[in-house]
Design a protein around this ligand. Structure first.
Ligand SMILES: *Cc1c(COP(=O)(O)O)cnc(C)c1O
Length: 376
């Protein structure tokens, strides 16, 4: 958070209008223009956005949705909450993403939708997945929480189809909490807009503004996922810095790549073979637990003791207690996802990191590995 972010919020607080209003409209427009999306709607989170999109597209109890278990579990929760059945394709061990071939093998007469995850700032292989969705008449929704600024074959994620972005504090830009639904489907956008605000035919701002009418109608029961002008102000100032943030992330990731070349116990993600622009949302490392003489959890703990924070992005969704208790996803059913879930963690990566910070992280990792070696 820099002075412009803080100043913008202060102005909103003094403006007399703090919830959904002109700043939200401006942020939706600016973000939509940035990615090239015809329609965009700001919501309280990517999770809430996905909830509205799935419902707006008519996901019904019993419908199957093919997705990845290597995601933040909210992707899966939203399918489950609407009565849908999450079906998991296994991931590629190098990119941790699902492929059209693996998705196709899981299609049944009940399959309605496909939700690939753009993982860690890379793009999923969209041409193949779009082609599959078209051939098999399935709805494609992109979980783009990690992909703010990511490009696939020269085109930003969000420009075509339906994508959902997140502005949670760990994401590439933040509004405190928040998300954006981008789509090229006008009818879908109209329904998402209603669902995110009580199912009303109008936003509060439309009612109170001079041109607006005070009459509101609940067209269908909806949620309360509307974005505030306080958040939208952060979105506008953060969006201006997004490209610079992503450039810095890319430089830092390249430094890590170079330094990890000499550390055999640390594995890294592979680069997808197709043309894309990576925004380095996360820097993922895999611990070689067979040779490193410690588990990933011990590794994470030892780094914490050395003042280095890490994240688990992600513990496979199907391994969480609720999904295990459904009995639908036996352990061993997704070998690559479980392999990664047991070995990965994300290490510090944020634009204000210095070169020295990068060295500190890598030296701490070397130190942890050396002390594990000498303990055995
Ligand atoms: C963060 C994240 C979400 C959820 O985003 P929120 O804005 O926190 O709801 C969904 N999917 C993935 C892959 C994420 O990383």
């Amino acid at each position: 958070m820099e002075d412009d972010d803080i100043q913008g919020v202060v102005e909103v607080l003094k403006s007399g209008w703090i919830t959904t209003g002109p700043k939200c409209q401006a942020f939706e427009k600016a973000f939509g223009e940035y990615v090239g999306a015809p329609y965009s709607c700001a919501v309280t989170s990517a999770t809430g956005g996905l909830h509205c999109v799935l419902q707006a597209l008519g996901l019904k109890p019993g419908d199957e949705v093919i997705t990845s278990s290597m995601t933040w579990v909210s992707t899966v929760n939203m399918i489950e909450l609407l009565g849908g059945r999450p079906v998991f394709a296994d991931i590629d061990r190098s990119t941790l993403m699902i492929s059209a071939r693996d998705i196709e093998a899981l299609i049944t007469p009940k399959t309605r939708m496909i939700i690939p995850i753009h993982y860690a700032g890379a793009s999923a292989d969209l041409d193949a997945i779009r082609d599959l969705a078209k051939r098999r008449n399935l709805i494609l929704i992109e979980d783009a929480a990690h992909a703010v600024g990511t490009e696939y074959k020269g085109q930003r994620i969000g420009k075509t189809g339906t994508s959902i972005f997140s502005f949670h504090p760990i994401k590439n830009i933040t509004t405190g909490e928040g998300g954006m639904v981008c789509t090229d489907d006008a009818a879908l956008m109209e329904r998402v807009r209603r669902l995110k605000f009580h199912g009303l035919s109008k936003d509060a701002w439309d009612r109170y503004s001079k041109k607006g009418s005070a009459i509101m109608e609940v067209v269908e029961p909806g949620y309360k996922y509307n974005f505030t002008d306080i958040q939208a102000s952060l979105g506008l100032t953060q969006l201006k810095k997004l490209d610079a943030f992503n450039r810095r992330r890319t430089e830092l990731a390249a430094m890590y790549d170079e330094l990890f070349k000499d550390i055999p116990e640390i594995g890294r993600l592979g680069k997808p073979a197709y043309d894309q622009k990576h925004t380095h949302h996360l820097y993922i490392v895999f611990l070689d637990i067979e040779n490193a003489k410690l588990t990933r959890d011990q590794f994470v703990q030892a780094l914490k003791e050395r003042n280095i924070g890490t994240g688990i992005h992600f513990r496979a969704a199907h391994l969480h207690a609720y999904y295990q208790q459904t009995g639908r996803y036996p352990i061993g059913s997704l070998p690559n996802t479980e392999w990664a879930s047991e070995r990965l963690c994300s290490i510090p990566l944020f634009p204000s990191m210095t070169e020295k910070d990068v060295h500190d992280v890598v030296n701490a990792i070397k130190d942890v590995l050396a002390s594990a070696r000498s303990n055995t």
